[in-house]
Every structure is written in structure tokens, then in C-alpha cells.
Design a protein around this ligand. Structure first.
Ligand SMILES: [Zn+2]
Length: 349
């Protein structure tokens, strides 16, 4: 039973993880509930494609996490974000050496169905990051008889989980049984299902329906890095070069257009750090990464997705919806994400 669930987790992670239009770097997350108490979920800091039966995931007692969200009294004014992270860490059953952490998104995985695929699909994000997106995707899906749950932007963590839980609880009994599709504004897509095949199929279907409606054809660009030395890589991705050249992108651009949390974690934080890992040459328009291959790749994939989403929004005549200053600042002070970046560093040494 448990080993079947783990195998399913690995298969889903491999399938979604090889698509850089679906997930970039260590972003996105997949989980499988193994029984009525245990859930396997990708560990923070790993890429989905790095999940194997041996590593890259943690097993948590999700009944404890669920129980916490069922009973939490939010009238008290204390730090629920911290408290919920503590609950999640205490719920880890495997591995027992305290090195891995479940993602900050473990909360909403715990309150959803047996199989949960959460991706940062660029197609969903074109709509999740534009003012017209909600109406467009609702129309596309309703024509197919599919319900959509649209979640307004909430900082990832405690309050987002609570909102998702609330929205699920208001569904009709028959809809509660069905697979669910959620789009989180300025963030990404979630498919929740009790049927393994359905989770994957619906994820694919939703993305294809959006692509079709938006008239997106052809292949998503591939990324290319040129090695200068062990800790220096140059972007050779045509799409990135063209975007920077045509828009005259400088670091200010990324502050002006804060689209979603992973952009801030992978791109903005590295642009502004003292030991800046990303250099954008104003003259040659070239991007250089002063870091390891795997971190350079994570940033490059995030950069490509970010530029792609912006270009499509503009091409389609939609209006970019950025994150608010408050939510941007919240992510910048994110303890859990600090850890994630540290872990990536540790892993790639
Ligand atoms: Zn996410």
C-alpha cells in the first residue's frame, strides 16, 4: 500500500518535473496520501525531477496538520504562520534525521484529496497574473463542464491553507467527491483528486484548454547554459536574450513587475544581494550567473517562465496584475524560503 503510493508520487514528480513550462527550479509540489495518516510530499529545496523512491521527499503525519487546521482558533493574535510551520515540522515521520523540511505548502496539500499536483504552469500563470484572467479561465472551463475554484492572492502559508480549506468546505457534497481545480492568483495551479490517473489527466487538460483558448502554439523554449567555469554560467537561451534586448530590462524591471513568489525568491533576491548571483549586462544584454550549475539552471528556468508570462500577457492584450507591496515584502522576509535557498546551496556544493 505504502510502496504503491510512493511509486505513484515518484511517477507524478518525474512526469510534471521534466516540463519546465510547468515547474521551474525547486518550485511546484506534488503529494500522495499513503493511508489515513501518512502523506508523502516533495521536500523543500528539491526539484520535482529529483524525487526518487529513495530521496527528495518527506513523509508527514498529515492527520496532525489537518487536525491543527480543523481546530485552530484564529481569534488569538499570535503568529499563526510560525505556529503552522512548527506543526508541519513536528509532523515529519520520515526521514528522522532532521534535515529535510516539507514545503511551506504542506498545509494545503494536507487538507486536499489523495493526489495533489501543484504546478507553476506558465499557461495558468498568464491568467493568474492578469486582471482578465479569472473570467477567461472560468469561461474556458465552464464550457467543458469543469468547475474552477479561484483563490485571490494570499501569502503562501497558514492563511492560504485556511482559505483553500474554507472554499472546499462550501462545495456541494457531490462536488466534494470530484476532482478539483484551483488557480491561485499570482501563484499557480492546483489539481486535487482521489484518482491517480485523473490528477495527471486533468492537469494536462486544463493546461491544454488554456493554451488553446489563448492561441498558444508551438514549443515552449528550451534553456541553454554555457559553462564559463565551475561557478560561472552564461545564459544562451534565445528567448531570454531577445526579451532583455527588446525591453531593455534592468534590475528595476523585476521590482516593478512582481508577479509571483518564486520570482522574488529566485530572481529578485539574487539580483539585489551583495554578492549578486545574476548579472545583466546593460550593453551586451547577456545574463551571467555567478553560482553553481544547478542554481544557475533554477534561476534560468524561473527567468524564462517570468519573461514568457509577461510577453504572453502583453501579446494577448491583457493587463498585468502584480503582487502588492505588502505581499512582496512578506516573501522577502520569508524564513522558510531562506532555508530553501540555503538547502539548494548545500545540495549543490
Ligand atoms: Zn507554489
Amino acid at each position: 500500500m505504502k510502496s504503491k503510493g510512493l511509486l505513484e508520487l515518484v511517477r507524478m514528480c518525474q512526469r510534471i518535473g521534466k516540463r519546465i513550462d510547468y515547474v521551474q527550479g525547486g518550485g511546484g509540489n506534488i503529494s500522495v496520501k499513503l493511508d489515513s495518516t501518512l502523506m508523502a510530499i516533495k521536500a523543500s529545496g528539491f526539484r520535482l525531477s529529483q524525487v526518487t523512491k529513495q530521496e527528495g521527499y518527506v513523509i508527514v503525519d498529515y492527520s496532525k496538520i489537518k487536525n491543527y487546521y480543523d481546530n485552530v482558533d484564529t481569534s488569538g493574535g499570535y503568529d499563526f504562520e510560525k505556529e503552522s510551520v512548527d506543526v508541519a515540522i513536528k509532523s515529519i515521520v520520515w526521514p528522522t534525521e532532521n534535515v529535510l523540511r516539507p514545503s511551506v505548502e504542506v498545509g494545503f496539500h494536507s487538507v486536499l484529496d489523495k493526489y495533489v499536483i501543484h504546478s507553476h504552469s506558465v499557461y495558468a500563470n498568464i491568467l493568474a497574473c492578469s486582471y482578465e484572467g479569472k473570467e477567461i479561465v472560468q469561461k474556458v472551463l465552464s464550457e467543458e463542464g469543469i468547475n474552477l475554484i479561484w483563490i485571490p492572492y494570499i501569502n503562501p502559508g497558514f492563511w492560504l491553507t485556511l482559505e483553500i480549506k474554507k472554499r472546499i468546505s462550501t462545495l456541494d457534497e457531490k462536488d466534494k467527491e470530484k476532482s478539483k481545480i484551483l488557480i491561485m492568483e499570482n501563484h499557480g495551479l492546483i489539481i486535487s483528486s482521489n484518482v491517480y490517473k485523473e490528477a495527471l489527466e486533468i492537469h494536462e487538460k486544463v493546461n491544454n484548454l488554456i493554451k488553446k483558448r489563448l492561441g498558444i502554439k508551438g514549443r515552449y523554449p528550451t534553456v541553454k547554459l554555457e559553462k564559463i567555469d565551475e561557478k560561472k554560467y552564461k545564459s544562451r537561451t534565445r528567448f531570454i536574450y531577445d526579451f532583455i534586448a527588446s525591453k531593455n530590462v534592468t534590475p528595476v524591471f523585476f521590482e516593478k513587475y512582481s508577479l509571483y513568489p518564486d520570482q522574488l525568491v529566485y530572481i529578485n533576491s539574487n539580483l539585489y544581494a551583495d554578492d549578486s548571483k545574476i548579472e545583466i549586462n546593460a550593453k551586451s544584454k547577456e545574463v551571467t550567473y555567478n553560482t553553481t550549475y544547478s542554481e544557475a539552471l533554477a534561476i534560468e528556468e524561473t527567468l524564462l517562465a517570468y519573461f514568457y508570462v509577461i510577453e504572453q500577457i502583453e501579446k494577448l492584450g491583457l493587463t498585468i496584475k502584480t503582487m502588492t507591496e505588502d505581499s512582496t515584502n512578506y516573501i522577502k522576509n520569508w524564513e522558510s524560503e531562506e532555508y530553501r535557498k540555503k538547502l539548494i546551496k548545500e545540495m549543490t556544493k
